[in-house]
Design a protein around this ligand. Structure first.
Ligand SMILES: N[C@@H](CCC(=O)N[C@@H](CS)C(=O)NCC(=O)O)C(=O)O
Length: 212
């Protein structure tokens, strides 16, 4: 099965999908779109993802968009290992955690949002400060969401969607200079990055990595 991931090495949302693919044991080919050069807005790509955002995944003769929808599709197509708990209530809690990051933290640091703020006259320090406030408040809330949990990962000793979404957000927080020193979240991050699938999905491990 050929799986093509439209990605950018630094994209948190693409990172989530890479982790899910690696956990499911699916190999993928990367097609890189340089966000700094606005490659995501090229007509050929917009015909695949009308939102002009990465990621998009080509699989089973279709193009899928939105990282969480893509991961849910992978979960249904390749059920093992499962990225969601068996219990419906637990599944809802894992999804709530993932959405707390994907809907309530991540979007404010999207490149296009930062560009809009710059266009409206905010300087870099003000933009970074605003991003840090959202990230720190959001991660504090995430930490509270799992305060009564134990185990190596967010919801116990099994990796779930929650971990997949958390890890890129921790890295993103550091990039902005936000406080990410929430002990439980940092311990989960360390445990996750020691796992081969998370290691394979890291930005620095991607063919288009350009840390310079
Ligand atoms: N909710 C979307 C978010 C996708 C997204 O924000 N992608 C970013 C990179 S992490 C992007 O393509 N940004 C380009 C831009 O803002 O123009 C998802 O989860 O797939």
């Amino acid at each position: 099965m050929t799986v093509i991931l439209h990605s950018y090495w630094r994209s948190s949302a693409a990172w989530r999908v890479r982790t899910a693919l690696a956990l499911k044991g699916l190999a993928w080919e990367t097609v890189s779109h340089d966000l700094r050069a606005h490659a995501q807005s090229a007509p050929a790509y917009v015909s695949r993802n009308p939102q002009a955002l990465v990621p998009a995944l080509e699989m089973d003769g279709a193009v899928l968009t939105q990282s969480l929808a893509i991961i849910e599709y992978l979960e249904e197509r390749v059920p093992h290992p499962s990225l969601l708990p068996a219990d419906p209530l637990e599944r809802a809690r894992v999804r709530a955690f993932a959405l707390a990051v994907a809907c309530d933290i991540h979007p404010v640091q999207n490149l296009r949002v930062l560009r809009m703020l710059r266009k409206r006259g905010l300087d870099q320090a003000a933009i970074d400060g605003w991003a840090c406030e959202v990230i720190e408040g959001g991660l504090a809330a995430c930490s509270r969401l799992i305060a009564d949990r134990t185990g190596a990962f967010c919801f116990g000793d099994a990796i779930t969607l929650a971990d997949i979404v958390l890890i890129p957000q921790m890295a993103n927080g550091r990039r902005f200079g936000a406080r990410v020193d929430f002990p439980r979240l940092e311990a989960i991050e360390a445990a996750a990055l020691a796992h081969p699938a998370f290691a394979a999905a890291r930005p620095e491990a991607q063919p288009d990595a350009d840390p310079a």
